[in-house]
Write a protein that binds this ligand. Sequence first.
Ligand code: CP
Length: 322
Amino acid sequence: MRTGPNPQLDADGALQHLLTLEGMPAEIIERILDTAVPFVSIAERDVKKVPLLRGKTVFNLFFENSTRTRTTFEIAAKRLSADVINLNVGVSSTSKGETLLDTIDNLVAMNADMFVVRHAQSGAPHLIAQHLSARQRDHIHVINAGDGRHAHPTQGLLDLFTIRHYKHEFGKLTVAIIGDVLHSRVARSLIHGLTTMGVPEVRAIGPQTLLPTAVEKLGVRVFHDMRAGLAGCDVIVMLRLQSERMKGSLLPSAGEFFKHYGLTADKLALAKPDAIVMHPGPMNRGVEIDSAVADGKHSVILPQVTFGIAVRMAVMSMLAGG
Ligand code: CP
């Protein structure tokens, strides 16, 4: 990877890879959000395509399950006129012992221009970016589509886009992130994004066992009492209990969790009357969110998914120099 103040940026300050929102300058985040705005309306056209990635080959490498991220990246790349290959990891040669970097080298030999990578191991997309740089392949871009519990930068960006769309500016907001913050790469990326964009109050709400140690150092205010934490909030972001990443029992039961930290209509009433409710998905109804809220008038959960296409188009077109 080229070196500089931010390893995701090239020597001219242009986006080279998108690996994390930690340390990402506010101007770059703002440029991504601004670039995404006109891409939203492409979905309303008869021909939902622009030629910005024509001739480019994008490889979707999902070593972990996904519904929203994988499909919206594929739609985004196709709307930019790229050729898209979804590597079916389950039937690829990784199951025969091929290493991640050998797989990458083989795809580079097929003239890849961009890799979209989801991996259970934190740091896997960084490793690929460093590997490409060491082989003078700096023209190939890597996008982190979620690595372990570390980062999910395009989810953070689409969350920021959604918040800006409904609330117009970041400078006066109170945002609550609720639930399993400890295992959530979504929460980490969103916290970095919100603090960088100048949100004055970001709250992390959850039981002690599901909040990272010293989470306050990320610039958030901690609440263990959900009702107290919801008071005066403009934006509520609910998180899934990520049992696949939990070691040991961190909760008495899902029912007990819902009682204390599930978002119900009566708890939502403690936030501002025009508060929006967000969730990155996949959602577990009756565990972290009640169906009446998930499908209610405050919910912007499905618009988040739609905006994800435009935001991913913006990231890919900026990486490709568009
Ligand atoms: N938000 C999100 O990452 O969802 P998927 O796991 O379905 O991609």
